[in-house]
Design a binder for this molecule. Sequence first.
Ligand code: ADP
Length: 572
Amino acid sequence: MKSDNRVVILVICITLICIVSFLGLKTHGEVEAIVEEQFNEQQLLLTRQSAARIESFLNEKIVLIEVLAADLSDVSPENMTSRFIQVYHRSSGFSSIGFVNRTGVIVAGYPIEYSAIGLDLKATNRSGSFERAKVSGKTYTTNPVLLVQGGVGSTIGVPVYAGDEFKGVIFAIIEISTISERFLADVMPVGHGYAYMTTKSGRSLYDEAHSELIGKKYIGNFCTNNSSYANILRMQRQGNEGTGYYFDETSGERWIAAYTPVVWHDRLWSVATSVPASEVDLLIRSVYAKQMLFLATVIAIILVGSFGLILMFSRWNKTLEAEVKSKTSDLIKMNKELALANARLKELDNLKSEFVSMVSHELKTPLAAMKTSAQVMGMADASEETREEMQDIIIRNIDRQTNLVNDLLDLSRIESGRLRLNCENVALDAVIADSIETVKQAAVEKDITLDVELPVGLPSVKGDREKLIRVVINITNNAIKFTPRGGKISIKARELNGQVEVRVSDTGIGIAAEELAKVFEKFYQVDNTLAREAGGTGLGLAICKGIIDAHKGQIWVQSELGKGSTFGFRLN
Ligand code: ADP
């Protein structure tokens, strides 16, 4: 993979990490505020629920007593006691229910032990509320007071009338402990804060954590008039709902209080819950931890993703590089082949030009000789002997031209695959003998010794006798042509691995190593003086190779420049 791409991915990766970290840090501050707000809201919800339940409990009790009062025609103590028993048992939560007659004396009640039957309210100076109910004819409630049976309780009083005649007041006492046990004791989980309830005057009605304060005012007992807690109490006494922090001097801790008013009839109380501020800090820390975990996960994903991308690109790149490499090497190879083919084409073109000039020369020379001979023959004074000599020259040149034309025709047949073989069993020693008959005159003329070595019992081969004679003549003629005067040519045949091999070796000029492969190509002639002097068409060896290939045999050459050559072929 290119290092440029790697750098780009790394830069993107770092940028993403920076953005994620920046967003993380930015939301970090906001998280604190949100968690705190949510926490307060939650706490407030708890107090609101408790307050609502207390309110509905108290209002239900008022309604019950009012229904009882409205439905009471017989105010005899027996009748009332039996009605009180019914109500007391059907609706739990009453501490006691009683009846004060028109003169202010308690005449009936249930349970009897808590009813103070016979108590004269006027005589004991407790008739304030009774008198107000008598005058106004309306239901009343009282602030909690110490009860005869112990504890603190509020009274609900409902005047009873028979028509317009005032008969007395039904009163029911509800103990505050009943309310706190039912609706406040379990509001806060143990160890995570506490609930408390105050009157409008800031007196404690219930305090889960400070039971010694019940019945007392908070200010002066729990806090000073200008403490942070006093502010919260002020809000509670005004019937507000909300949350606030305060500092508890005794525990040295910060607390959060959530408060909600309890409004029932003509009373205003306030329910509150207090939770240590450390609870919010804990929550914030846990949210931070989760946020950090989330950030770390996102960063890890970015890192892994980038690493994966780098790896993927790297592999992809390697594949591409390999592909480009192989394509390039293919191209180089093709270019080389093309250059070779080009060179070969040029070579062939040169060969063609040489061939054209050579063929023209080969055709013209005999024609000129024949023309001269014919002219000499036509001369009146030409002797018989001269005429015969001229006739021989003409015939020889006609043969030469016929050979050339035959060579060209044969080559064209070989190349077009039209070369026909008349196959028969051929004895190669006879083929060699016939060939030597043809060439021996030329060897004699150049004073070249022809040495023939043929083993007895040489097996015959399947082949075209005439064409094989042609091959041997061609090779031997070449040997004579390219061997200087007085040289030696040896012709040998032998059986080798089920084949018959014929070799013609000479002591001639030889062929350079780089030319060896080309001598079997058509029109190819090694460019040396002797070859030029020797004439020829460059077709002989190409025809030999064509004939031997058609026999499915092999033809070859071994040679060293200046030391002679050996041409050979093998047939099955
Ligand atoms: P030609 O002999 O008509 O030129 P050939 O195809 O028979 O054509 O031979 C091709 C060339 O091979 C010759 O021109 C010559 O340069 C070379 N050659 C063939 N035989 C011999 C040999 N015995 N010694 C050296 N060169 C040879």
